[in-house]
Ligand binder design. Structure first.
Ligand code: RB5
Length: 152
């Protein structure tokens, strides 16, 4: 599995902690930036991660900003992305079990780093349940077809 990861300046420190964690766990990752705490615009970096997931260049994405909100909003603009902003392990687990979330959004300014790592751990290690939940995801995909102005 390869994880794409990206953040703005407000998520940079948490991104560094998560890439360190991924390295320790021997999980491959591609870091899409940003590379410092100098102010940048979160859409520029978060979009790169979401696009890489949608294009199957990486298997899953982790996006980080100050609140996690901008990151999740941007990622969910990309067709095929189901980004889940998680603040605890319960929500992270269900974002995989029921929603098959393919992007995890985190807010560096609203969760502690140990909680963030625990969220990443459960999120990466929980499989989608399928079944009735797949039917619901199919409905989301239909909505994307209608409203993302792409009839494919
Ligand atoms: C940056 O100050 C902050 O607005 C950004 O990281 C994010 O929280 C936006 O949703």
């Amino acid at each position: 599995m390869t994880v794409g990861i990206g953040s703005d300046h407000a998520g940079f420190i948490l991104k560094s902690l998560i890439t360190e964690y991924l390295g320790k766990k021997n999980i491959k990752y591609v870091d899409f930036g940003t590379n410092s705490t100098a102010s940048v615009d979160y859409p520029d970096f978060i979009f790169l991660v979401a696009k890489a997931v949608a294009d199957q260049k990486v298997d899953k994405g982790i996006v980080i900003c100050g609140s996690g909100l901008g990151a999740s909003i941007v990622a969910n603009k990309v067709k095929g992305i189901r980004a889940a902003r998680c603040e605890n392990e319960y929500v992270a687990r269900f974002s995989r079990l029921h929603n098959d979330a393919n992007v995890l959004a985190l807010g560096e300014r609203v969760i502690g780093s140990e909680i963030a790592i625990a969220i990443v751990d459960v999120w990466l290690n929980t499989e989608f349940e399928g079944g009735r939940h797949q039917r619901r995801l199919d409905k989301i995909a239909e909505l994307e077809k209608q409203f993302f102005n792409d009839p494919s």
